[in-house]
Design a protein around this ligand. Structure first.
Ligand code: AMP
Length: 505
């Protein structure tokens, strides 16, 4: 019997004593431990009555054991359902009520406040798993057998449900099949040339597709090693750098490390590959990184629903401000969001994708799922972009972030790029704010250099010659930092809420 995804990513496992994860506290998880540890968790889940297809919801801090639990779920035929550690009990209640998991696993310290929530949501078993290898599930783990006869799961069976971050309305559960994940892991190992010689710095959360699937499945399949950090920590990353060959990060990793005095050409000369994704990497960051280290960051584009869609090439030009080409097996096209027809080459429209990487639909939301797929199977990503004459995909922002001012479409990224080029500006976010005359007014939220004397008027006049009048911001607001989520994405919904009354006050 075989569980398809587990079999694909773990079949070629290197020697049992090779280290797969070296944790920040020094604990080592070998490939042998992967086999035995995932078997122990699979046995524990079976004892708890987990049947094929049952969900196992998990809200725990990052640890090697949490990844073993993910693999144990695959082997037990269960559906792994990781939850952001920032979710509050009220949010957890929604997710548990929606997903109806057989088992809910939380931090030992959260059990008291979450047990009642889980019971109300109808969850049969609440177990705990802590970063010190503690908790009730760890007790079951220790008592369980280290071998397991895997539950048969095929390519189309569900492997995981990941709730999208949901900046509008309720989050939706993206249903990912064994083959959605396996095909993407295969494509990424080949495209990015990962092998058993690789050592990856892993400072991402593991409840999100980036740290969970892009990093972990790829490294397992390659037979490499991961150096685990609980979170982004510039000093800790620089300490690990001499032992690593590669790093995957969100753009904040790169901007933060650029502020580190230890980041030099010498400190990174042995590195093979720096990858960025999950949010746009500023072209400026790409250039600064190249100047400081000699490395071109490889930017790629994906989403929870689709895994990875496009990537800059390994060989060939990694073009700043683009997300590269569709991965092998993935088709991408740009369509007019109003008419649904293909846009002329090079014009901006909705990015649609199709391929074995694209999810099976939203959990218990057939209408929503149907609305986001075209009849020919393409998924409407919600991202606006274009494909240039060389075939590179460019993203200009989320469709819902589009600003419509006086009836004209304004793509925030175009305005942000111009503002970012103004001397003294560090970064910016452009949003639409309700306005009596224009419908929406282009509004810029800007972070400037501490030493800069830049003011609102200076920014607006710097743009006068650069952007058509309707694209120019009506107001410029200075802030110390832009609000970002754990994946480094600017939370434009937070800005829209904060400035909703700007023009009506
Ligand atoms: P998530 O489902 O949390 O991974 O978020 C997916 C969204 O992140 C995409 O739909 C894009 O809007 C954005 N995203 C991911 N990678 C990039 C990138 N390289 N550049 C710009 N946006 C990105």
């Amino acid at each position: 019997m075989a569980s398809y995804l587990y079999d694909v990513i773990c079949r070629r496992a290197p020697a049992a004593d090779k280290v797969f994860i070296e944790n920040h506290d020094g604990a080592k998880t070998t490939y042998g431990d992967i086999a035995s540890g995932s078997a122990r968790f699979a046995n524990a889940l079976k004892q708890l009555g987990a049947q094929p297809g049952d969900r196992v919801a998990v809200q725990v801090d990052k640890s090697p054991e949490a990844l073993l639990l993910y693999l144990g779920c695959l082997r037990a035929g269960a559906v792994f359902l990781p939850l952001n550690t920032a979710y509050t009990p009220a949010e957890i209640e929604y997710f548990l009520g929606d997903a109806k998991p057989r088992v809910f696993v939380c931090e030992p310290g959260n059990r008291d406040k979450l047990a009642a929530v889980a019971t109300r949501a109808g969850v049969a078993h609440v177990e705990t798993l802590g970063v010190k290898r503690d908790g009730t599930l760890m007790e079951r783990f220790s008592a369980a057998a280290a071998t397991f006869c895997d539950v048969e799961r095929g390519p189309d069976d569900l492997a995981a449900i990941l709730y999208t971050s949901g900046t509008t309305g309720r989050s939706k559960g993206a249903m990912l099949s064994h083959d959605n994940l396996a095909s993407n892991a295969r494509a990424l190992v080949d495209y990015w040339r990962y092998s058993d010689m690789d050592v990856l710095i892993h400072a991402l959360p593991i409840y999100h597709t980036h740290g969970l699937f892009v990093a972990t499945n790829t490294m397992l399949l390659a037979g490499g090693t991961m150096l685990f950090l609980p979170k982004l920590d510039g000093d800790a990353i620089m300490k690990l750098m001499p032992r690593a060959t590669s790093m995957m990060g969100v753009p904040t990793f790169y901007t933060r490390l650029l502020q580190h005095p230890g980041l030099t050409r010498d400190a990174t000369k042995h590195m093979r590959l720096f990858i960025s994704g999950s949010a746009p990497l500023l072209a400026e960051t790409h250039r600064e990184w190249k100047a400081r280290t000699g490395h071109n960051i490889l930017e790629r584009y994906g989403m929870t629903e689709t895994n990875m869609n496009t990537s800059n090439p390994y060989d060939g030009d990694r073009v700043a401000g683009t997300v590269g080409f569709p991965l092998p097996g993935v088709s991408a096209r740009i369509m007019d969001p109003e008419t649904g027809a293909a846009t002329p080459q090079g014009e901006i429209g909705m990015i649609e994708v199709k391929g074995p990487n694209v999810f099976k639909g939203y959990w218990k939301m057939p209408e929503k799922t149907a609305a986001e797929f075209k009849p020919d199977g393409f998924f409407i990503t919600g991202d606006l972009g274009k494909i240039d004459e060389r075939g590179y995909v460019h993203i200009v922002g989320r469709g819902k972030d589009l600003v419509i001012s006086g009836g004209f479409n304004v793509y925030p990224k175009e305005v942000e790029d111009e503002i970012d080029a103004v001397p003294g500006v560090i970064e910016s976010a452009v949003i639409g704010v309700a306005h009596a005359d224009f419908g929406e007014a282009v509004t810029a939220v800007v972070v400037k250099d501490k030493a800069s004397t830049l003011d609102e008027k200076a920014v607006i006049s710097a743009l006068a010659e650069r952007l058509a009048k309707f694209k120019q911001p009506k107001r410029v607001i200075f802030v110390d930092d832009l609000p970002r989520n754990a994946m480094g994405k600017v939370q434009k919904n937070v800005l829209r809420d904060a400035y909703a009354k700007l023009y009506s006050a």
